[in-house]
Design a protein around this ligand. Structure first.
Ligand SMILES: CC(C)(COP(=O)(O)OP(=O)(O)OC[C@H]1O[C@@H](n2cnc3c(N)ncnc32)[C@H](O)[C@@H]1OP(=O)(O)O)[C@@H](O)C(=O)NCCC(=O)NCCS
Length: 247
């Protein structure tokens, strides 16, 4: 497949299609309140989004990154344990207060469901890296959601993320793409995304009964969901992996 990748700023006519492209995010992940309230705001600058089209002009993938400050007092200077959600909150606050960024993080890469498995994801990672470098950053971070972790939701991420194949590359396919593109695993973000809901909501999102207290395994979840039948609520805390790309 011949793919053309540019920033969204170079092809603004694709902006509406980005939200409508068929992707494979599990339904329950659409209910992270931080994403709901902030993702659209912090990714509104088309200079930080990359889009991929095939020969026919169909949008086959996109990637988003956001600039923010880590050095601001109170932020600790390090990558946050609260990964993805924290990046969205800091980026949102910095936008409002016009704080100069010192850091850039990729926050999402999605490939069209009909075009997965063709090596597109690595091209999008490289495009986000190139774009970050062009914007003057010396490194790009990413709170990565390992794509095969859902097959063993009870394994600690701290163990899973560091598994390697014989060739030394990560065993997980999506971490492997990042490392092959020049990334290195820095640390775990144990509470990267938090999704709370009533048991009725979780039943609606997943079709599962949510009728027993304790950890519940969910298709495509990277860890278990904590179900509390006494309080009638459940919470999913997703661990991610911080990857650093030197540029
Ligand atoms: C994760 C995602 C971006 C990967 O995109 P993709 O273009 O389909 O992946 P690629 O074809 O580039 O393959 C990447 C690696 O995964 C492997 N892979 C692809 N599909 C796979 C599958 N179904 N099962 C196992 N491995 C798979 C490939 O073999 C490749 O590894 P290798 O090059 O070392 O062999 C895509 O599946 C997606 O959009 N998922 C939903 C959104 C998401 O989770 N995004 C990432 C978090 S931000």
């Amino acid at each position: 497949m011949n793919v053309r990748i540019t920033t969204l700023a170079e092809r603004p006519e694709l902006a509406d299609l980005v939200w409508d492209m068929p992707d494979s995010w599990p339904e329950f992940m659409d209910h992270d309140p931080i994403s709901w309230s902030m993702f659209g705001l912090v990714t509104a600058d088309p200079e930080y989004t990359v889009v991929a089209t095939d020969e026919s002009g169909t949008l086959v993938g996109h990637g988003h990154s956001v600039p923010f400050s880590r050095a601001l007092p109170g932020r600790g200077g390090d990558l946050p344990d609260t990964g993805w959600d924290q990046v969205l909150m800091w980026a949102n606050s910095d936008l409002r207060k016009k704080v100069a960024p010192d850091t850039i993080s990729a926050v999402e890469i999605s490939v069209h469901t009909g075009h997965q498995g063709k090596g597109l994801s690595g091209l999008l990672v490289t495009a986000l890296r190139d774009n970050a470098r062009a914007k003057g950053f010396g490194e790009m971070f990413a709170p990565v959601r390992p794509s095969a972790k859902h097959l063993e939701p009870r394994t600690p991420m701290s163990e899973y993320a560091y598994r390697t194949r014989k060739d030394g590359l990560p065993a997980d396919p999506w971490l492997r793409v990042h490392v092959r593109a020049g990334g290195e695993i820095v640390k775990i973000a144990p509470a990267s995304m938090v999704i709370p809901g009533s048991l009725a909501q979780w039943r609606e999102w997943t079709g599962l009964p949510f009728d027993t207290d304790g950890p519940v395994e969910l298709p495509f979840a990277l860890s278990t969901v904590h179900c509390d039948t006494v309080q009638d609520s459940a919470v999913y805390v997703e661990p991610n992996v911080w990857v650093r790309h030197a540029l």
